[in-house]
Design a protein around this ligand. Structure first.
Ligand SMILES: *Cc1c(COP(=O)(O)O)cnc(C)c1O
Length: 413
């Protein structure tokens, strides 16, 4: 893999200047590693939990224990951790359909949710949307990267909202990701006037990035994908829903069938990978964070606009870089692909993807299809031409990928 000499030198300089951030990330990694280890020991994880079931998947002791370990690590009463979830979107969909009934109102307080939820909610027509079942949707936008606390208080005071959705990571929107101190503040505001409303957090990309999780500041239920943070690059697929026991049970009955719930679900050989993935997750999240910090500094030095800045507080593993130009954006994404271990000679192009409105370019040379805990970069092709960079199974591979992407920018002038 050819790298530009000048870029390597700039990389070395950037790396020196971010060492303080790296130290903080190492500390965080150690804390989460201890939590994971404690959870494994508390539930006496042993060879028996690597066993597999087929068919209905009755009495899968590995699966049931994995769910206890995840609940422990996520500070939740209970968790549903299943490979029958196809993706994060699927888990969010199962949760929403599990909790909402006809005429119920769902309120998003972090602006428009992630693009793939448009058809789930019914913002884009779909015959199977929540809207088609008579579930109503309302939204309160964020302003100046913060919640609109007054409007939220006024709206939830009326006691007719069934579920509030908060999306921690920014998705493809221009707002910042939501730090947990802001989330805590808004949950306090909500609870002052409304004790019943279900508070659900889309926790995708957020796990193990902060010292605590949204469940520790009053979120009732959190949802995330196993081909992101908690899968540690090892889980082959799946997602989780964790939080209040009664809500997790509702979600289970929706994922399988009423009356079956959590009792069924064959694991077909993946228990060990799920456990090993969680075991690696603190370190893989740390590598992703270091890759993001490094990219932020290097691209800022080169005159582009990164968000967050290298020394700003992070709440997810996503690093955005504003290129202001579609060709530079595409060259950077293609360079990330060139720096990947898998399919490095494929050249990604902007394409119409299911669930997305604009054309999207997706660079991912990953062991697991679509895995974005592995170094990956994607971008909707619309102004101001922002790349969303995330992942990195190890910092060294992450850094090399970023250096290759910047070299490709240089090659294209
Ligand atoms: C990744 C992600 C999702 C779910 O995406 P899938 O690709 O379906 O797993 C939902 N919300 C946010 C904020 C995400 O980053």
């Amino acid at each position: 893999m050819e790298l530009n000499e000048k870029i390597i030198e700039l990389g070395k300089k950037a790396e020196k200047e971010v060492q303080k951030e790296f130290e903080k990330i190492d500390e965080l990694c150690e804390e989460h590693s201890l939590q994971v280890l404690n959870a494994f020991q508390k539930y006496h994880i042993s060879d028996i939990h690597f066993n597999s079931t087929t068919g209905y998947g009755y009495s899968d002791v590995g699966r049931d224990t994995i769910e206890k370990v995840f609940a422990e690590v996520l500070h939740a009463e209970d968790a549903l951790v299943r490979s029958q979830f196809i993706s994060g979107t699927h888990a969010l969909t199962v949760a929403l359909f599990a909790f909402l009934r006809p005429n119920d109102i769902m309120l998003s307080i972090s602006g428009k949710p992630y693009d793939t939820l448009d058809e789930v909610i019914g913002l884009v027509d779909n015959k199977s949307s929540l809207k088609s079942y008579g579930v109503k949707y309302e939204q309160i936008d964020m302003a100046n990267n913060d919640f609109n606390y007054d409007e939220i208080r006024k709206r939830v005071e009326k006691q007719d909202i069934k579920l509030i959705e908060i999306q921690r990571s920014r998705g493809y929107s221009l707002r910042n990701s939501i730090t947990l101190d802001k989330m805590e503040k808004v949950i306090k505001v909500i609870r002052e006037v409304n004790k019943k409303v279900i508070i659900m957090v889309d926790n995708c990309y957020g796990e193990f990035v902060d010292k605590i999780e949204p469940t520790q500041i009053g979120a009732d239920i959190i949802v995330g994908s196993l081909i992101k943070n908690l899968g540690g690059g090892i889980a082959p697929n799946g997602a989780y829903i964790a939080g209040k026991k009664e809500l997790v049970e509702l979600a289970a009955e929706r994922l399988t069938a009423p009356g079956l719930g959590k009792e069924v679900g064959p694991t077909i050989g993946i228990n060990k990978q799920i456990l090993q993935g969680l075991f690696f997750a603190p370190s893989v999240v740390a590598s992703s964070l270091k890759t993001a910090v490094f990219a932020s500094k290097l691209l800022e030095d080169l005159g582009f606009k990164p968000n967050p800045k290298y020394n700003e507080k992070r709440t997810d593993i996503v690093q955005t870089i504003e290129f202001g130009d579609s060709e530079k954006l595409i060259a950077f994404c293609q360079g990330i692909q060139m720096g990947s271990p898998i399919d490095s000679d494929a050249i990604p192009e902007p394409w119409d993807m299911p669930g997305y409105t604009d054309k999207v370019i997706m660079a991912a040379g990953a062991f697991t299809q679509g895995s974005s805990i592995e170094l990956s970069c994607d971008a909707p092709i619309r102004p101001p031409y922002i790349a969303f960079l995330q992942g990195g199974l190890t910092y060294q591979y992450g850094k090399l990928g970023v250096l290759k992407a910047v070299s490709n920018l240089e090659v294209r002038g």
